[in-house]
Write a protein that binds this ligand. Structure first.
Ligand code: PFF
Length: 447
């Protein structure tokens, strides 16, 4: 395995990981989860979850990847725990499952760039969403998006993923800042900021029990945890990198883009008096609501193209990280070239994505499974492994390249063992309840 690639620079790794983290989770789900869960109160819980649960869990994935320099399944075997390879398998399958419908949404984004340029959705934003989000048109758009993803991953770590994300991530940040500056001039800006940024203590206290699991789930999704991505990306990192520092930058950058997304989306929504309710968080929300906004403000076409262009870049830089997870596993195990593997896996993803492309109800069903069950389960098992099975060895690996961890080492380990495990269990508990128990279990009712 001596010819296994590595990132050419440390910045390359950081940007690729930020590119993975910043995605539809930030731009599509975060504003709407915030809207549906009480506005700024959700933001507060989310930030706490990112810091105390997501960040330690990300370092756990980094430790596994860098220690073993191998894909997420074989990492467990390298450490001598062959039975735990199953956990890596669950992570890879979770990622494959998520990517199957993520590509479909990526296809919608392509259609919305076109629709903004031509003004196609201006008369009837709801009708346009219905037309492009399901059926043959969605299948075609999914295939185009997927082809872009496969093309980048086929080129490899250095020439494909690293080069692409080095251009993509700075573009996302610059364009989002430009968009935020523009929406600040809209009439609904003040109301938008207030909704997003002024937490109401009463809402926080009254709804903590239900908001916390959502905030934890969102923290995992947005940081690309539980899908074997960070294990895979850190397997291309050298022993002299400071993982704590790198992880800190990734978390901060991801959070900043999430906040920027809120600063862009809410002023647009409140300008057009969009009613955000607990049921508006569905897959069409971002598309229909922001598209309605662009139809009714000056220079709407231009801003629509820029906005959905940013969403596309963010979705692509995330999707490549998830395809890389499966490709890395196959590449480490079979003597088949990367382009062939990327294409073959791409075809598999296309097929699994067909139901989601055909009907958005299936997409919601796939998303529910991933969000509520697979993701927390996979993350939980990784954290238990690193915290309780590796234990002090994990701290030793994390220490490499930092010049000494001091108090952070034991605090990290115990946070992982107790706080992170408890947070994920709460999320998983809620997920099992919504999926299998209660009046209207989501698992048996995709429609
Ligand atoms: N952190 C990513 C996001 O917020 O969109 C999570 C992700 C989902 C990464 C799907 C990759 C992916 F294909």
């Amino acid at each position: 395995m001596s010819d296994r690639e590595t990132w050419t620079t440390r910045l390359g790794f950081i940007l690729a990981a930020v590119g993975s983290a910043v995605g539809l989770g930030n731009l599509w789900q975060f504003p709407f989860k915030t809207g549906a869960n009480g506005g700024a109160a959700f933001v507060v819980f989310y930030l706490i979850a990112v810091l105390f649960i997501g960040f330690p869990a990300m370092l756990a994935e980094f430790v596994l990847g860098r220690r073993t320099n191998v894909n997420a399944v074989d990492a467990f075997g390298e450490l001598g725990h062959h039975g735990w390879r199953l956990v890596g398998g669950i992570g890879i399958l979770t990622g494959f499952w998520i990517l199957s419908y993520y590509n479909v949404v990526g296809g919608w984004v392509l259609r919305y760039i076109l629709g903004s340029a031509t003004g196609a959705y201006f008369g009837d934003p709801g009708g346009y969403f219905g037309a492009v989000s399901a059926g043959p048109e969605a299948v075609l758009a999914q295939a185009v998006f997927l082809a872009l993803v496969v093309g980048i991953v086929a080129l490899g770590i250095e020439d494909g993923i690293e080069k692409a994300t080095t251009v993509m991530v700075p573009s996302i940040v610059v364009l989002m800042i430009a968009l935020a500056a523009w929406v600040a001039t809209l009439p609904g800006a003040g109301a938008g900021y207030a909704f997003f940024l002024s937490p109401d203590l009463g809402t926080m206290v009254d709804n903590a029990g239900s908001i916390i699991p959502f905030a934890v789930g969102q923290a995992f999704f947005t940081l690309s945890l539980g899908m074997a991505i960070m294990i895979t990306y850190s397997s291309y990192v050298g022993e002299d990198d400071n993982l704590v520092f790198d992880g800190g930058i990734i978390v901060v950058m991801n959070t900043l883009v999430g906040v920027l997304a809120g600063l862009v989306v809410f002023p647009i929504l409140l300008t057009i008096d969009y009613q955000i309710t607990t049921t508006t968080g569905g897959p069409g929300a971002l598309f229909v609501a922001t598209a309605s906004g662009f139809s009714s403000v000056p220079f709407g076409r231009l801003f629509g193209v820029v906005f959905f262009g940013v969403v596309l870049i963010a979705a692509l830089s995330s999707a490549i990280s998830l395809l890389e997870v499966s490709v890395a596993w196959a590449n480490d195990n079979f003597g088949v070239s990367r382009p062939v593997l990327a294409t073959g896996i791409g075809v598999g993803l296309f097929v699994l994505g067909l139901p989601s492309a055909w009907d958005t109800a299936w997409l919601t069903w796939f998303d529910n499974f991933a969000y509520q069950l697979f993701l927390p389960l996979s993350a939980l098992l990784v954290v238990v492994f690193v915290g309780w099975v590796l234990g002090e060895d994990a701290v030793a690996e994390l220490r490499q390249g930092t010049g000494g961890l001091g108090w952070f080492g034991p605090v990290w380990l115990w946070a992982l063992r107790l706080v992170v495990v408890a947070g994920i269990l709460a999320t998983l508990g809620l997920g099992v309840e919504t999926m299998f128990l209660g009046e209207d279990p989501a698992v048996v009712q995709p429609f």
